[in-house]
Design a protein around this ligand. Structure first.
Ligand code: CP
Length: 322
């Protein structure tokens, strides 16, 4: 392992993309700048560049996904890679094959990159530790731990609308405790030097280490979004909750649901973000989700360029090592 950790090679080049933790502002900015260059590919007659021609990317999604899986597939195809989409429900995993055996079999087909979503925190890291040295692993979401490409596409969307992070107040609202997205966003915002980071949630949905992530904590939505430039809404992760952490969805919406009326204290040009899937009438009102300040669908489009940037950086590092 390099002195930079498992994600980087000895020269500090990106080999795997597993978490934003430990990555510096320079590398995160390089990803955002590179993604900027890939946005135009969508406008070309032939929506492809040859950067990953001849490479094989395997999408291993052990958990459901709409946005992440499809945008990774499109990103890989736009980079001219060949893509394998393993359907876990109809794969040998359903017959009891272990994760490592699945990995070894796909490596025998000369896969160059694994894109992994898994319900267990640390799964992508585990695969990176056990994969052949020439293979790259990208974390597409692991348990409650990390969703770093989502974090980066959110930073990309913020930068395109607001420019420099240093002057921004960014509020993240909702189920912070169970959210791998929030963890990645908070790490990225801090690394990129966001002026003020806030988290807004009921006491039961705030992790103990919230303040060590550099965020101010609010329990009142109107106060929390006051003068915010960016408001990121999160879904209640019911599937990860143990026991009753909330009275009811109706009560949650009454206190923490984002409506036009509750947005009055935010800056007039504030943008509204959400990683999806959205639950209308639970954390966000349809008028806001579909309104003029919403950039939710832009986040999805930007995900392709950002994933192209991350994949091409990892493949570039593989090429350096022959
Ligand atoms: N934002 C996100 O991870 O969405 P999917 O679960 O649809 O991939």
């Amino acid at each position: 392992m390099s002195r930079f950790g498992i994600q980087l090679d000895l020269q500090g080049n990106l080999k795997h993309f597993l978490t934003i933790e430990g990555l510096g502002r320079a590398l995160l900015t390089e990803i955002l700048d590179r993604a900027e260059g890939f946005l135009g590919v969508a406008e070309q007659t032939v929506k492809k560049v040859p950067l990953c021609r001849g490479k094989i990317v395997a999408n291993l999604f052990f958990e459901t996904s709409t946005r992440t899986r499809t945008t990774f597939e499109l990103a890989a195809k736009r980079l001219s890679a060949d893509v394998l989409n393993l359907n876990i429900d109809t794969s040998a995993t359903a017959k009891g094959e272990t994760l490592l055996d699945t990995l070894r079999n796909l490596e025998a087909m000369h896969v160059d990159m694994f894109v992994v979503r898994h319900g267990e925190s640390g799964a992508a890291h585990f695969i990176a530790e056990h994969a052949n040295p020439h293979v790259s692993v990208i974390n597409a979401g692991d348990g409650r731990h990390s969703h770093p490409t989502q974090g980066m596409l959110d930073m990309f969307t913020i930068r395109r609308h607001k420019g420099d992070f240093g002057s921004l107040c960014v509020a993240v609202v909702g189920d912070i405790l169970h959210s791998r997205v929030a963890r990645s966003q908070l790490l990225a915002l801090r690394a990129l030097g966001a002026g003020e980071i806030r988290i807004i949630a009921p006491r039961t949905l705030i992790p103990a280490q919230a303040r060590t992530l550099g965020a101010r904590v609010f329990h009142d939505l109107r106060e929390g979004v006051r003068d915010a430039d960016v408001i990121i809404m999160l879904r209640l992760q019911r599937e990860r909750m143990q026991g009753a952490m909330l009275p009811s969805e109706h009560e949650y919406f009454r206190l923490f649901g984002l409506t036009e009326e509750r947005l009055h204290t935010a800056r007039p040009d504030a943008i509204i973000m959400h990683p999806g899937p959205i639950n209308r009438g639970v954390e966000i009102d349809s008028q806001v989700a579909d309104g003029r300040r919403s950039v939710i669908l832009e986040q999805v489009s930007n995900g392709i360029a950002v994933r192209m940037a991350i994949m091409s950086l990892c493949i570039g590092t593989q090429n350096l090592h022959g």
